[in-house]
Design a protein around this ligand. Structure first.
Ligand code: SF4
Length: 201
């Protein structure tokens, strides 16, 4: 599986689909983690910091909050990055939002163009636990049209995997600031801590 994953990762690194379709994306595609990771984090798309500087998923300001959450669930960032796979629905930086607040959300077309890569990562890494982070990644597993508040805070079994969704940790998110939503995040982190203990992750 590891050779196959390496082959797919090389294809992702060479991917030009969105640029050829006219989308203003910027590479390189960002993902990390070992082929035998038992947990996979799936975000929306990398940000400017990830593609321009660090080349590591969730290494900007949103990532700092995400790793504070993971610490509450019992994981240190260095250990987490070394043992678990981190990727996203679309793997190139989509550029800034026109409003100037946060990054542009990848369109459905971009999500569809990148789906083959995400599916290959899920199939080849075969994680026992998936953590979709943010609305787009959550929609990938739960479908469109449902409110985040209905989903965050739960522990689910989807296609034989444990799925524990988290909201996007961006400072631009109003959702995570609300007290009622913070209680849901707390509950989700409790599920992650429980899974960590149950599965020895
Ligand atoms: S976002 Fe995905 S499909 Fe689009 S160019 Fe990057 S790797 Fe390719």
């Amino acid at each position: 599986m590891s050779d196959e994953l390496t082959h797919i990762q090389e294809a992702i690194q060479a991917c030009q689909r969105c640029a050829l379709a006219g989308f203003p994306i910027q590479g390189p595609p960002i993902f990390s983690g070992p082929a035998d990771a038992r947990l996979m984090v799936i975000g929306q798309a990398p940000g400017r910091v990830e593609v321009n500087a660090t080349h590591k998923p969730f290494s900007g300001s949103a990532g700092k909050r995400l790793f504070r959450w993971f610490k509450q669930a019992g994981w240190e960032e260095t250990d987490f990055r070394a043992r678990f796979y981190m990727t996203s629905v679309t793997k190139c930086f989509p550029g800034p939002n026109k409003s100037g607040r946060g990054d542009r959300a990848p369109t459905r077309r971009e999500q569809a163009l990148c789906e083959e890569w995400l599916l290959a990562e899920l199939t080849l890494v075969a994680p026992e636990v998936v953590v979709p982070v943010g609305k787009l990644a959550i929609e990938r597993f739960f479908g469109r049209g449902r409110r985040l508040a209905e989903i965050i805070g739960g522990r689910y079994q989807i296609d034989g995997r444990i799925v524990i969704p988290l909201p996007h940790p961006s400072g631009a998110s109003v959702w995570i600031q609300k007290r009622a939503h913070q209680a849901l995040i707390h509950r989700a982190l409790g599920h992650l801590a429980a899974v960590r203990r149950e599965l020895g992750l």
